[in-house]
Design a binder for this molecule. Structure first.
Ligand code: FES
Length: 184
C-alpha cells in the first residue's frame, strides 16, 4: 500500500536551487527592502539634524570685512561689526568692537577692547590724566597704543587676526597680542 510518506521518500521536497527564489523569499526581500528604504528616508533627516551643527562649527576661523583700509589712521578708531554664531542648534549675532590703527610704517593692527583685568571694555583717550592711552573705567587699567599693559591689568590687550582684501580690513579670531612687545 502506498502511503503519503512513501511519496515523500520518492519525491522529497527539493529546496529551491540557488538561482531560484521561492515566493516566500521574494516577498521577504521585497517587503524588507521597501521597509529599509522607507526607514532610511525617515531616519536620515534626523541623523543630519543631529550631526549638522557639529560639522559646522560656530564661525571660528571666519574673517569679516570691517573697515576700509583708506579710513585707517594712526589714531586708533573704534569699529563695530557683527559676527554670526552657531552654538549647537542656536543661531545668534554678536556685535563686536575693535580698535584699529596703523603704525608709522603703515602696518595695520586691531586690538580687542576687552580689559585683561576682569573683562570690562576699554576706551581710547578717555582718561584726561593719561592721554593717548587705552583706559579701563572699572579699576583703572591703562594700556599703550599697541595694547601694552601699564597698570592693573596683567597682560596686553588681545588683538584680532587681520587680513586685507580689495581695500578692506578683515578681522578674524581674537589672539594674544604680538605687537605690544615691539614697544620699549
Ligand atoms: S576690568 Fe579693567 S581694570 Fe578691572
Amino acid at each position: 500500500m502506498s502511503s503519503h510518506n512513501d511519496q515523500q521518500d520518492i519525491w522529497p521536497e527539493q529546496p529551491p536551487s540557488r538561482k531560484e527564489m521561492s515566493r516566500r523569499q521574494f516577498l521577504t526581500y521585497t517587503l524588507g527592502g521597501a521597509t529599509a528604504f522607507m526607514g532610511a528616508g525617515a531616519i536620515l533627516p534626523m541623523v543630519r539634524f543631529v550631526v549638522d551643527p557639529i560639522l559646522h562649527k560656530k564661525g571660528a576661523g571666519d574673517f569679516i570685512k570691517v573697515a576700509e583700509i583708506s579710513k585707517i589712521t594712526e589714531e586708533p578708531q573704534e569699529f563695530t561689526f557683527e559676527l554670526k554664531q552657531k552654538d549647537g542648534w542656536y543661531d545668534s549675532t554678536a556685535t563686536l568692537t575693535a580698535w584699529i590703527r596703523k603704525d608709522a610704517k603703515g602696518d595695520i593692527y586691531a586690538l580687542s577692547p576687552i580689559c585683561k583685568h576682569l573683562g570690562c571694555t576699554v576706551g581710547w583717550n578717555n582718561d584726561k590724566a593719561h592721554p593717548d592711552e587705552y583706559h579701563c573705567p572699572c579699576h583703572g587699567a591703562r594700556y599703550t597704543k599697541l595694547g601694552k599693559n601699564l597698570e592693573v591689568a596683567p597682560k596686553p590687550l588681545d588683538q584680532y587676526k587681520t587680513k586685507f582684501d580689495n581695500g578692506w580690513v578683515l578681522l578674524g579670531d581674537i589672539v594674544p597680542n604680538t605687537v605690544a612687545s615691539e614697544e620699549a
